[in-house]
Design a protein around this ligand. Structure first.
Ligand SMILES: Nc1ncnc2c1ncn2[C@@H]1O[C@H](COP(=O)(O)OP(=O)(O)OP(=O)(O)O)[C@@H](O)[C@H]1O
Ligand SMILES: [Mg+2]
Length: 347
């Protein structure tokens, strides 16, 4: 693993001004790719508005010099592309113009339950009467096809756009529906960005109130690509109450901050286990640290989901716990979180 964090690079890029404008490449949503190698090579691709025409060499050196000040960075390679469009004259890129609220669901650590939380919140929001979509942006390990028990290829509409699947009131798209076999793809820079953009502009989402975007773990290129392609209403961080998970989720939160995405709060998953015989609560991933989670992260805990067999079975069998056991403690909590999100974003 490289010791240079993406957040350090984003923060540095955010201090720069695009020539001829008063905006940073991050705020302009111009950073289209970032690769960091273990030996300190940084490759960054930036798109600039037409105001920057003629200033490419100057801006390239500025980016290089600035990034070389980050500890551990040995070489910087900058690829710039100047667009025909000027900043200020056209609306900034928003590939999800018909979606009222795109919401990111992320975590630092893998396996803490992002996809489980995304699926159940999507079903809960649909149950509240909203028009809901779910984009599985985990290009490396898509789990939405399994969690909704959908196998097959989506159809295209007359404009050639992909028609998302629809189940339990939620419109769904995943790379898992589009790849012929399970061979993992080495997603790098431009290819990855293109795949994310296609999920936005080449999918017939229609009008949506909420589009929940399930991210891969960490703070990588998918996160960057999504954030630079649309206006995001907010992010939800998912964590278990363990210290190791909390350390990682902080990194995810800090990335959301750098990318100017408001944090809606943290969902504490696998928060506790309630003994089915005696009702006693066991804190499997640590003591009663649940409120500390909020303190440590300086973020609101939106809700606490227990570890239950039906949540796990629901994920494996493709029937979300919201449908499988709508009266369960977990489903009740998912509903309460969904209401909070809806109230907050619609107020
Ligand atoms: N509250 C819960 N109770 C029981 N099992 C759970 C709970 N939350 C998640 N799981 C199970 O834990 C496993 C990991 O969950 P999930 O795939 O949602 O995590 P993730 O953060 O999306 O993982 P990845 O980082 O790989 O994308 C799954 O088998 C899921 O069913
Ligand atoms: Mg997942």
């Amino acid at each position: 693993m490289s010791k240079i964090s993406r957040i350090q690079i984003y923060d540095k890029l955010d201090t720069l001004q695009i020539p001829g404008t008063d905006i940073s490449p991050i705020k302009f949503k111009g950073v289209k790719g970032l690769d960091i190698s273990d030996d300190g090579n940084v490759e960054v691709r930036i798109e600039l508005p037409s105001q920057a025409k003629g200033h490419e060499t100057e801006f390239e050196s500025l980016v290089r010099e600035t990034l070389l000040t980050v500890e551990g960075v040995e070489n910087v390679s900058v690829t710039l592309k100047v667009q025909d469009k000027a900043y200020g004259q056209v609306e900034q890129q928003n590939l999800l113009a018909n979606v009222k609220h795109p919401i990111l669901i992320g975590s630092g650590k893998g396996g803490v339950g992002k996809s489980t939380v995304t699926v159940n919140l999507a079903v809960a929001l649909a149950g509240l009467g909203f028009k809901v979509g779910l984009m599985d942006a985990d290009l490396y390990g898509p789990s939405i096809p399994t969690m909704f028990a959908i196998d097959g290829e989506p159809m295209a509409n007359e404009k050639g756009q992909i028609i998302p699947f629809e189940k339990h009131g939620v419109k769904l798209i995943s790379i898992g529906f589009l790849l012929e076999d399970d061979t993992p793809i080495l997603w790098r820079g431009p290819l990855l960005h293109k795949a994310i953009q296609q999920f936005m502009k080449d999918v017939d989402w229609g009008d949506l109130d909420f589009l929940l975007i399930d991210l891969p773990p960490g703070t990588g290129d998918v996160q960057l690509s999504v954030a630079q392609s649309t206006r995001v209403s907010g992010a939800i961080a998912v964590s278990t109450p363990q210290d190791v998970a909390l350390i990682d989720v902080k990194k995810a939160i800090s990335m959301f901050q750098t990318l100017k995405i408001p944090l809606l709060g943290v969902v504490e998953n696998m928060s506790f286990f309630r003994c089915t015989d005696c009702g006693h609560i066991h804190h499997i991933f640590g003591g009663n640290t649940t409120m500390d989670a909020g303190d440590k992260l300086a973020a609101e805990v939106l809700g606490k989901i227990p570890i239950t067999i039906s949540v796990r079975e629901g994920g494996d069998d493709g029937i979300p716990v919201m449908i499988l056991e709508p009266e369960s403690e977990a489903a009740t909590e998912f509903n309460a979180i969904a209401k909070k999100i809806a109230e907050r974003l619609n107020s």
